[in-house]
Design a protein around this ligand. Structure first.
Ligand code: GLN
Length: 184
């Protein structure tokens, strides 16, 4: 299996290592020509979603990647990657005209960025994930999924009653970092 790892910013090295540890071949997506290599899965790593989104637009990667995501390419996204996919960015602190742009808008969930506090928002817990118990989940300045916008969204894990990992059609998205712990 060939995994294209978005590598413009953030924890792309960890994401690539995660997939290689499972026997996948990985390559970095940094510019438009990298998409010629073809992939079976697109991995969107953690980092800063605003920086990643802006770089995607500046590099001309945004529209071709959106077409692939909307076209059904399997996507595996964590944290900032999940924010890039969300259909709605829920940011109650902002006035309407400064609301953050939504990016791919491909996954029917609403997310709130930095939902657990900006500096102190990193923690690891253990819980149920996709039928597995006592599964380690590391949150780093994580977003919260504040709403699920389609009944077809499958919830794979929760924290305090809110979803923290979801699957919908071709997309699996995490607010935590599966690439930092055991195989997800
Ligand atoms: N706080 C980051 C954002 O808003 C996400 C953090 C992460 O990817 N670990 O984009």
């Amino acid at each position: 299996m060939k995994v294209g790892v978005l590598s413009v910013q953030g924890a792309f090295a960890e994401m690539a290592a995660h997939w290689r540890a499972q026997g996948a071949e990985t390559f970095e997506i940094r510019q438009l020509s990298d998409l010629d290599r073809g992939m079976d899965l697109l991995a969107l790593p953690g980092g800063e979603s605003t920086v990643q989104g802006k770089l995607l637009k500046d590099l001309g990667l945004f529209d071709p990647l959106k077409a692939k995501i909307d076209g059904g390419l399997p996507v595996y996204a964590t944290c900032a990657g999940l924010i890039l996919l969300a259909e709605k960015i829920d940011d109650p602190g902002r006035r309407d005209d400064t609301r953050p742009e939504k990016w791919f808008g491909a996954l029917p969930v609403a997310v709130r960025r930095n939902a657990y506090g900006r500096q102190l928002g990193s923690f690891t817990m253990r819980g149920d994930f996709d039928g597995k118990h006592d599964f380690p989940m590391t949150f780093i300045r994580a977003p919260a999924i504040t709403d699920v916008l389609s009944p077809d969204v499958e919830v794979l894990s929760t924290f305090d009653g809110a979803p923290t990992a979801v699957r919908w059609r071709n997309i699996t998205g995490f607010t935590w970092h599966p690439e930092l712990n055991a195989m997800a």
